[in-house]
Design a protein around this ligand. Structure first.
Ligand SMILES: Nc1ncnc2c1ncn2[C@@H]1O[C@H](COP(=O)(O)OP(=O)(O)OP(=O)(O)O)[C@@H](O)[C@H]1O
Ligand SMILES: [Mg+2]
Length: 408
């Protein structure tokens, strides 16, 4: 289930042996209770979730109990940490990995942020680093470089509360750009280095991959809704009219005859008359906001020291990726190759669901059937207390060890 600022999407899938995941039902609801990815109106958000789930349940003929959900918050951020522990003489064994992972998790504990993802990136044995699988190696010190994706605990609690009020059990929580990446990126892209940017209504978020690992996540509290608000203000027209103008006439690129194309703008007060603006005005407003958004993101990636690490390729998803000229503008601002990401890897996606705004939902559905390479699985601990292994549900560490066994 993708709970967005604009729409909530529920996809129900089934694994078919030898084929993969097949979509068996989908439903949408309008999200009115979210702002910038955070729930601001519990009741309205709940209605959106209920609507989406009920429609999908009806289409699939099943009752939904567990959901894999996304989270897109302004407070999403990455933190890297290297932890080392001494280990008993002899070769590195599973229990040593477990111990160092546990120690990284307890060092990470923060009262105001919850761990959404905890990804072991590389391992070290004594002074040797960059090791993919240290088991069987000899040394005295074992280290791991961890990538934590964190989110503000307050908004996460509200989201969880909202979903639980709909009698749904949260099986996992995934950062939106990570989920989106699972649906649209190729393995080569993830290996060579790629930046996925999800252009949502309230949040613009990014996920950077390198060596097939998620290495960075970032989010800005601006999105398509800000573009529409700018248009509504700049053209003195209601929000709904501005949204329509954006999808019909909107572009990030100036066209040769834009000055001569007249865009009808309904008045804000019903008694006033329809007025007109040249299309060039619409383009200028949209371009200013989109350019600023890409610049902000570019500068933040730069400030995080990831400019060269983030690869030469950018993939855009989210409703904003449908905006005319957005690919060219992103190419211009970020100086990288840009493509629009269409979700794939799930059978039965219709033309509608194959669009970039359904990448997050598709990624979540795919993820429901695979184990992500993480040190903790299951929903994040929202208690705000220091990490204790047993609080993570379903013996998460045990499951991650299984992942270690399967993936090395
Ligand atoms: N054809 C289009 N042209 C321009 N903008 C579009 C188009 N289609 C959708 N959008 C914009 O995309 C945004 C919605 O994107 P999306 O559905 O990805 O948001 P969301 O997932 O609900 O929100 P968020 O991810 O921020 O929580 C809206 O602002 C909408 O105006
Ligand atoms: Mg979204």
């Amino acid at each position: 289930m993708d709970v967005g600022s604009n729409k909530t999407v529920c996809l129900i899938g089934r694994e078919e042996p030898g084929l993969g995941v097949r979509l068996v039902g989908s439903g949408f609801g309008v999200s009115a209770g979210l702002k910038g990815g955070a729930v601001i109106d519990l009741e309205a958000a709940e209605t959106g979730i209920r609507t989406a789930v009920e429609k999908a349940e009806k289409a699939a003929g099943v009752t939904v109990q567990d959901v894999c959900v996304n989270v897109a918050l302004r407070s999403l951020r990455s933190q890297h940490m290297t932890v080392q522990t001494e280990f008993a003489s002899g070769a590195v064994a599973d229990r040593d990995l477990k111990r160092v992972l546990n120690s990284s998790l307890s060092e990470q504990a923060q009262p105001d942020h919850a761990i959404i993802h905890a990804i072991p990136m590389t391992w070290q044995v004594d002074d040797e680093d960059g090791i993919k699988d240290p088991r069987g190696m000899y040394g005295q010190k074992l280290g791991v470089q961890m990538h934590f994706v964190l989110g503000g605990i307050g908004p996460l609690r509200n989201l969880a509360h909202c979903i639980e009020r709909c009698h749904l059990n949260i099986r996992s929580v995934t950062a939106s750009p990570y989920a989106s990446a699972l649906a649209v990126l190729t393995e080569d892209e993830r290996d060579l280095g790629v930046t996925l940017i999800d252009l949502g209504a309230g949040i613009t978020s990014a996920a950077i991959f390198r060596d097939n690992t998620l290495v960075h996540v970032d989010a800005l509290g601006v999105g398509g809704r800000n573009v529409t608000t700018d248009l509504a203000r700049g053209l003195t027209t209601p929000f709904e009219a501005a949204e329509r103008i954006k999808t019909i006439y909107g572009s990030c690129l100036h066209g040769a005859d834009d000055d001569f194309i007249s865009v009808p703008c309904p008045p804000i007060a019903a008694q006033d008359e329809l007025h007109h603006h040249p299309r060039s005005r619409v383009t200028a407003i949209i371009r200013a906001r989109m350019e600023e958004t890409f610049e902000l993101l570019r500068d933040r990636i730069h400030a995080a020291g990831l400019e060269n690490y983030s690869g030469r390729q950018i993939v855009l998803t989210g409703g904003g990726a449908r905006l005319n000229g957005v690919r060219e503008l992103a190419e211009f601002v970020m100086s990288k190759r840009v493509r629009i990401g269409q979700p794939h890897g799930v059978f039965g996606l219709s033309d509608v669901l194959g669009q970039p705004d359904f990448a997050v939902a598709t990624g979540l559905l795919k993820q429901a059937f695979e184990t992500l390479p993480e040190a903790v699985n299951g929903p994040p601990d929202l208690s705000g207390r220091a990490y204790r292994q047993q609080r993570y549900s379903g013996n998460a560490i045990g499951r991650s060890m299984q992942w270690l066994r399967e993936n090395f």
